[in-house]
Design a protein around this ligand. Structure first.
Ligand code: NAD
Length: 356
């Protein structure tokens, strides 16, 4: 296959980690007989410095016309005081909007080799955590009407949480399909004991559950989910939820693994085009030092192969390459412990590419 990938390397450690993912993708292309063509587009602070905007119209077109987009990270202290209308993260919101990325997939995996990195006890995390949060990304309270007004002499602020059936159904389908490709269990998170939007959410999910009979479906309230993620995280396979609940729960879940540098994510549209990025930021404190962990970005590239290119075997090969590197004792400084082999960002990329 011949695929066009737009690379948004971004700021801070972005260029270092994306370059390692490209090394691994090139090794995959060689082994499986594919061609990956890369186009680089500036995004975030580096684009503000060059063009005065966090992404240019031309850059946005190159994202829209690609088969998939791979992002490093944007931002850093240098751009903290720029005009809010051109802040680096504005470019991310713009790309999500322009590409229609309504589904955010965040796998949370505690590699058994790193079990002692989890803040939870061994008795709780057991043989490792492996769950996926599917978060609705373009609806709900973050996109609802908002206003601040004066009522009876004091200010009153209102944010509306709105969901329509078609928005719930399309994220529900992504979650059921993801469950089918994984452990065939889906928990839908809501607050149906209080919110109308949650009651509609639950009704639509129940309709879909009747269609996806191979998936073991359950409802769970958001407050209980927050507890269960700490008490018994291994019970979960796929979790689906609305925008704000997902924002909070996915950060909670990512901390269970204790290593932010390892976690990938995917943002999907209704077609094959998606954007793939590690969950961490641009880590300005370690930028340019060749010590960043590239595994989150490399695992994001694996998700790109699986979800945008339908290359399951190739994605499996990348995940196996990461497992082998950990089995063989290679560790970047963020996950290093005595007795293991400390490697930098670039050397970890070499090890992973060689493992393909
Ligand atoms: P951060 O995720 O960049 O860093 C938090 C801590 O984790 C730092 O100590 C950092 O060194 C470490 N870390 C992060 N990624 C790592 C990796 N791959 N390997 C090893 N260590 C790693 O969060 P922050 O410091 O709050 O934010 C820094 C900048 O990134 C800010 O400008 C913020 O706005 C931006 N940001 C961007 C994104 C994005 O582009 N999607 C997401 C979050 C934050």
């Amino acid at each position: 296959m011949d695929k066009n990938i737009t690379l948004l390397k971004g700021d801070g450690i972005g260029p270092e980690i994306v370059s390692q993912a490209v090394k691994v993708l090139d090794a995959v292309a060689k082994k499986y007989g594919h061609t990956f063509n890369y186009t680089e587009v500036d995004i975030g602070g580096c684009s503000i410095d060059k063009y005065g905007v966090p992404i240019t119209d031309e850059g946005m077109e190159k994202c829209k016309s690609a088969d998939a987009v791979l992002l490093g990270a944007v931002g850093g202290p240098k751009w903290d005081s720029v005009d809010p209308s051109i802040r680096p993260e504005k470019a991310l919101l713009a790309v999500r909007r322009e590409l229609g990325l309504f589904a955010n997939l965040r796998p949370t995996k505690l590699f058994s080799q790193l079990a002692d990195s989890s803040p939870l006890k061994e008795s709780i995390v057991g043989g490792g955590i492996d769950l996926m949060i599917v978060r609705e990304l373009t609806g709900g309270i973050y996109f609802g009407k908002r206003r601040t007004e004066t009522v009876g002499g004091e200010r009153v602020a209102t944010d509306e949480m709105t969901y329509s059936e078609h928005e719930i159904e399309r994220i529900g389908r992504v979650a059921f399909e993801a469950a089918l490709k994984r452990g065939k269990k889906l928990a839908s998170v809501d607050k149906a004991n209080v919110l109308d939007s949650s009651r509609l959410w639950r009704a639509v999910m129940h309709r879909l559950a009747e269609e996806y009979t191979q998936v073991e479906y359950s409802d769970i309230l958001v407050d209980n989910t927050a507890m269960q993620l700490i008490k018994n995280p291994t019970q979960f396979d796929v979790i689906v939820t609305e925008n704000m609940f997902g924002d909070i729960l996915s950060d909670e879940a990512s901390m269970l693994t204790g290593s932010i540098g390892m976690m990938p994510s995917a943002s999907l549209s209704s077609g094959p085009l998606g954007m793939y990025e590690p969950i961490h930021g641009s880590a300005p404190d370690i930028a340019g030092m060749d010590i960043a962990n590239p595994i989150g970005t490399v695992m994001s590239a694996a998700m790109m192969l699986r979800y945008s290119f339908d290359m399951a075997a190739e994605a499996d090969a990348i995940e196996a390459a990461v497992n082998k590197a950990l089995d063989d004792g290679y560790r970047t400084p963020d996950i290093y412990k005595d007795g293991f082999t400390k490697v930098g960002c670039s050397a970890m990329g070499d090890v992973l590419a060689a493992n393909i």
